[in-house]
Design a protein around this ligand. Structure first.
Ligand SMILES: Nc1nc2c(c(=O)[nH]1)N[C@H]1C(S)=C(S)[C@@H](COP(=O)(O)O)O[C@H]1N2
Ligand SMILES: [Mo]
Length: 211
């Protein structure tokens, strides 16, 4: 077995709440669904793996451009986590496979001024969708750039080929169709944040609206 086949399993701390009790794992004001709804602004982009690229740049010593093969050659992790959408559905017990955001950020060697991460998505209509997080939240151990969900490659409507998953925030803090990870000194609210959602989006504190 090659090294990249060994996938450590990381269980999100929120998934361990309540010792298996589903109610204790469900944040206030959320309802459970076993389906996986599709939710985003704009059209689903048609991204081909052979031309897919991920840029990691901004305030760092070693900016990177990864193509599909180099992304898949990075060490892979598996994450068990719950998903919470601010529109009040939660889906428990997801399994994602992909590359740890912490590992990606370590590769580019952030400079000391880098305090925020701006994720850029390849989504229509204008390809300018972003979302913002503090660097420490983006590099939480349970965050990943996922290409697989519950044993199958991510479909385009769920953000395939690669999307970000940030289990401890409402799901809008993870870009579907991620194409660029920018390290920044200043915070910069993104699409949903500028449309009235909270800047932090902690589901346990019901940080839904920013107004
Ligand atoms: N590029 C992009 N990513 C996005 C969004 C979006 O509008 N554009 N919406 C977010 C929201 S609000 C949620 S709940 C999740 C939904 O992911 P899903 O459609 O796979 O359930 O994607 C997030 N990522
Ligand atoms: Mo959402």
């Amino acid at each position: 077995m090659s090294q990249s086949c060994i996938r450590p399993l990381i269980v999100s701390p929120d998934t361990l709440r309540g010792d298996g009790d589903q109610a204790a794992r469900t944040p206030p004001g959320q309802s459970l669904t076993s389906k996986w709804p599709v939710l985003h602004f704009g059209e689903v982009p048609d991204l081909q793996k052979r031309s897919w690229k991920l840029v990691i740049d901004g305030l760092c010593k070693n900016p990177l451009v990864l193509d599909w093969d180099s992304f898949m050659q990075l060490p892979q992790v598996e994450v068990a986590c719950d998903i919470h959408c601010v529109t009040r559905w939660s889906r428990l017990d997801n399994r994602f496979i992909g590359v740890s955001t912490r590992a990606i950020i370590d590769l580019v060697e952030p400079s000391s001024e880098a305090k925020y991460v701006i994720q850029h998505a390849d989504s229509d209509p204008d390809g300018k969708w972003t979302t913002n997080l503090p660097l420490h939240a983006f590099t939480s151990e349970d965050c990943l750039l996922a290409w697989s969900h519950d044993g199958s490659p991510l479909t385009p409507d769920h953000g395939g080929p690669v999307r970000t998953i940030v289990p401890q925030r409402y799901s809008w803090k993870g870009a579907k169709w991620i194409r660029r990870i920018e390290l920044a000194a200043e915070d910069r609210p993104g699409f949903w944040e500028l449309n009235g959602y909270h800047n932090e989006g902690n589901p346990w504190l019901e940080e839904r609206s920013g107004w």
